[in-house]
Write a protein that binds this ligand. Structure first.
Ligand code: FAD
Length: 419
């Protein structure tokens, strides 16, 4: 049987080999690699694949787990977002719109499982309708199709949905099998000659050239995840920090203390649904609540057609706190009942959690006036040539991954880059 998308076995370098290998293709005079990417989630994979296609360069992707995409990239809603929530002139808007097009094109070209499910944003009162009208006006400004549905259309298409004030439909919202997407990226990175170091934790980063000795680039100290074996040091001309929940820690390893930042984490719990009714075919979102960290406890579908609810928002101190919190169930049921009154509350159970890496106790969405909104932080840090820092890569990071990869390449090599 022909596999649905090309995938070659990814190479896993032994840490010793990677550390000592000489790369004749590297344009650097001394560095082992041209590019080192820390973190093999969807975003790190997309960046590494993008950079690996540049001729005369070498790229290493470093990941602490034994396989790619086991953290936030596999603990999300797998929604291909339309780009409605992130306000004017933000990186989130720009990269989500571009990323969505690139992602649909890639999925179609490579048979990566996905579906253009559409999405409804639901209002129960005039205040919520105001939120929908603001979203619709913004969508028109950025050329993203949305339209309000007539009451009859709502009743015919999704008879179980309660929408007292109205529904705004987003026809370009869809879902994707995020694991298949990442497996494709990994295989493609490998085919482009990239190297992966799995089971490898970055424990220290030193910016070379800070002592006026003419050296450039970064010395990256790694250790095997099980702690066995010693440390290895590899060097790279450019360092891309795509470490997700640990990105702030990596950033603080590189930048001086006065530029250190504190990480924040917003946990989202998902809820499963064991009953067969109601079973909508469209993704259902409550109207956005200004100032909240997420999009409200919504209904999404996975590629197998399973209904799941969530995620909610709970601020936590520990980025490994992934146990669903039973105390969240009652509040979630209340929100869900608002737009799906015939839901069988007994059939709703705790499922899994994902954690959003946050820049502060900020909102992931823009709302009406942008108050409290935080954008993606993607920058080559001043005074640290070739160090591209990606912080706060929360939703819509999965949708934006391919566009973020282009953006990072442009930072390093485009007009105005420091290369
Ligand atoms: C609850 C939730 C729902 C979401 N829903 C959606 C959605 O529907 N649509 C959408 O577009 N986006 C969504 N997102 C956002 C999306 O999941 C993320 O933006 C995206 O997965 C981030 O990918 P990443 O590669 O930056 O991070 P990650 O997937 O977290 O990858 C970072 C990697 O870095 C590795 N790492 C960290 N530190 C080190 C180290 N020291 N050494 C070596 N490796 C290290 C980690 O092991 C990890 O594999 C959601 C996020 C959450 C939390």
């Amino acid at each position: 049987m022909v596999p649905p998308f090309p995938r070659t076995a990814a190479r896993m370098l032994s840490r010793e080999i990677a550390g000592k290998r000489n790369f004749s293709t590297s344009k650097s005079r001394n560095a082992d690699f041209t590019h080192a990417v820390i973190g093999a989630g969807a975003v790190g994979l997309a960046i590494a694949r993008q950079l690996a296609s540049r001729t005369g360069t070498s790229t290493i992707l470093i990941e602490r787990h034994g396989s790619v995409g086991t953290e936030t990239s596999s603990r999300n809603s797998e929604v291909i977002h339309a780009g409605l929530y992130y306000g004017p002139d933000s990186l989130k808007t720009k990269l989500c719109l571009r990323g969505k097009h690139l992602l649909y094109d890639l999925c179609e070209a490579q048979n990566i499982p996905h579906s253009r499910t559409k999405k409804w944003i639901i209002a129960q009162d005039a205040q919520q309708m105001g939120e929908l009208e603001a979203l619709h006006a913004f969508a028109q400004r950025i050329d993203v199709p949305t339209h309000f549905l007539a009451r009859k259309e709502i009743q015919t298409q999704e008879p179980d949905v309660r929408a007292e004030a109205g529904v705004l439909e987003s026809p370009t919202t869809g879902i994707i099998d995020s694991h298949a997407f990442m497996a494709y990226l990994e295989g493609s990175f490998d085919e482009r000659g990239g190297d992966e170091m799995l089971h490898t934790v970055v424990t220290k980063v030193e910016a070379l050239g800070q002592h006026g000795d003419g050296e450039e680039g970064y010395a990256i100290t790694t250790q095997s995840r099980d702690g066995k074996g010693g440390e290895d040091v590899i060097t790279a001309e450019a360092l891309i920090n795509s470490a997700g929940l640990a990105a702030m820690d990596i950033s603080n390893m590189v930048l001086p203390p006065d530029r250190h930042r504190k990480p924040y984490y917003a946990k989202g719990t998902y809820f499963s649904y064991a009953a067969s009714h109601p079973k909508p075919n469209t993704l259902l979102y409550p109207a956005p609540k200004p100032g909240s960290g997420g999009l409200g406890t919504h209904l999404t579908l996975d590629m197998a057609g399973r209904v799941r609810f969530g995620p909610d928002v709970e601020w936590v101190d520990d980025p490994t706190d992934l146990t669903p919190n039973p105390a969240r169930l009652a509040a979630a049921i209340q929100v869900i009942k608002d737009y799906l009154p015939s839901i069988d509350a007994q059939a709703i159970g705790l499922d899994y959690c994902g954690i959003r890496p946050k820049l502060g106790k900020t909102s992931g969405t823009y709302g009406k006036d942008g108050e409290g909104f935080a954008d993606f932080y993607i920058k080559e840090e001043e005074g640290f040539k070739g160090f591209v820092n990606l912080l706060g890569i929360e939703s819509p990071g999965l949708t934006s991954a391919l566009a973020i990869a282009e953006y990072v390449e442009d930072i390093l090599y485009g007009n105005g880059s420091s290369a």
